[in-house]
Write a protein that binds this ligand. Structure first.
Ligand code: COS
Length: 409
């Protein structure tokens, strides 16, 4: 039995995010997409109204919201424009490893940096030859006295060109496979850090995606996140926590495409009646609605499990895989409902179709999610174990959220 009754506070947050999206994002989204412009002005406004860094606890300057509230916000931002939404959301991915594994001092310094001002941070895991296969990374971190020296290159880094610090994963024991990876927080302004290449993308063109290179970059040992050689698990735990939010963004894209298609199907007349009256179209609209509803329920379940302090690996992958595939299918069908007009840039749905594609690729492809699901259902581990590295502050937030948020039984 699942009860997703939202608190008044959660409903208010959703309304705030929807209004922001409607007034600040929607009117300019297609211009930002066309020109691939960096949305700094919108980032500044979102920061001002409290729509960024939502999971960062109050101790480090954030509001310490529960994961379900974060999902409500992300769906609305994705509905407005997922390219701009991704720019607003990427701090969440970069800061999650700090919340899990950083010292108090490091958290105060780097999380404080992004909560005090509208600054950005990026999660640097992927490399040209190591995407899905995380342990294939080549970036090295070598210990020298009280420092580590990092060399290597990270690609497809969201907000990479505008971030003030990076969460960087590197091999500290190259012979040890996934057990030889360590994470560090690296200041963007350190000697040896360069932003190499801004990608020209199919979709989500308002988000910045760059290659970041590290050439003998010296990082103080206290910037290590978690324990040495435990970076792989830190990355996996991070992704478990962030996949609900990114999946919400996919729900937002699908919902936007559905709304445009449903409206258009009632206006467009063919064979003497609105095309919505033709069963071929009506059933497409019905399938869109069902898939969106099912996606949202999976996403909310994956967030509520986190808010209850439970392991959400399986449901998080269910949610990411289903919501991402739904966003792709629904946006393709929305173009189909628009017919030839759907293929034209003057109409809204082709952008949504282009934006949706990345949902099946970033934060773990749909194939990787199926791999995780298959392993979890074929070789189940203990599913109700608490998140292992939860900080005391976060535990309080989870407990608070569990009291307020809907229960999953
Ligand atoms: N939470 C905690 N620990 C986890 C975990 C999770 N969700 N998933 C795996 N682990 C642990 C395993 O228990 C195992 O631990 P031991 O060292 O004690 O044996 C270890 O991590 C290695 O796990 P596994 O054998 O499953 O690793 P694989 O190399 O087979 O990789 C996948 C697993 C493919 C799931 C992983 O590499 C992955 O998620 N890849 C996609 C990466 C991604 O999303 N990239 C996008 C970057 S952000 S845009």
């Amino acid at each position: 039995m699942v009860d997703f009754t939202l608190t008044d506070e959660q409903k208010d947050l959703r309304e705030l995010a929807h209004d922001f999206s409607e007034k600040e994002i929607r009117p300019v989204a297609w211009d930002y997409d066309r020109d691939a412009t960096w949305p700094q002005e919108i980032i500044d406004k979102a920061f001002e109204v409290g729509l960024m860094n939502v999971h960062i606890p109050e101790a480090y300057g954030g509001p310490g919201l529960d994961y379900l509230s974060g999902c409500l916000i992300e769906e609305e931002l994705g509905w407005g424009c997922s390219g701009i939404g991704t720019s607003l959301m990427a701090n969440g991915l970069a800061s999650a490893p700090l919340l899990i594994g950083a010292s108090e001092e490091t958290k105060k310094k780097y999380l404080g940096m992004i909560t005090e001002q509208p600054k950005l941070s990026s999660f640097c895991l992927t490399e040209p030859d190591a995407g899905s296969d995380v342990s294939g990374m080549k970036t090295r971190a070598v210990k020298k006295g009280d420092k580590y020296v990092i060399s290597g290159s990270k690609c497809f880094i969201t907000n990479g060109g505008y971030a003030d610090w990076y969460t960087v994963y590197a091999k500290t024991d190259p012979e040890a496979g996934h057990r030889g990876i360590t994470a560090f927080v690296v200041d963007r302004h350190s000697d040896g850090v360069t932003v190499d290449k801004k990608e020209d993308k199919l979709g989500q063109r308002a988000s910045n995606t760059a290659t970041i290179s590290f050439d003998e970059v010296e990082v103080p040992a206290e910037n290590m996140l978690g324990e040495e050689n435990h970076g792989f698990k830190l990355a996996m735990t991070t992704l478990d926590r962030t996949r609900p939010a990114v999946s919400s963004m996919a729900v937002g894209i699908a919902r936007a495409a559905f709304e445009f298609a449903a409206e258009y199907s009632k206006e467009r007349v063919q064979f003497g009646v609105p095309i919505a009256m033709h069963q071929a179209v009506a059933f497409m609209i019905a399938d869109m609605a069902t898939k969106i509803e099912a996606s949202r329920l999976l996403v909310w379940e994956s967030a509520v499990l986190l808010d209850q302090g439970k392991r959400n690996t399986l449901v998080s992958s269910h949610a990411k895989r289903f919501a991402a595939d739904t966003a792709m299918e629904v946006t393709v069908d929305a173009v189909q409902v628009y017919g030839g007009y759907g293929f034209i840039k003057e109409y809204p749905v082709e952008k949504l179709m282009r934006d949706a594609k990345i949902m099946q690729l970033y934060e773990g492809t749909s194939q990787i999610q199926r791999l995780v699901i298959a392993r979890e259902v074929l070789m189940p581990r203990q599913v109700d174990e608490p998140q292992p590295e939860t900080t005391p502050k976060e535990t309080q937030a989870s407990e608070r959220a569990a009291e307020q948020a809907p229960a999953v039984a």
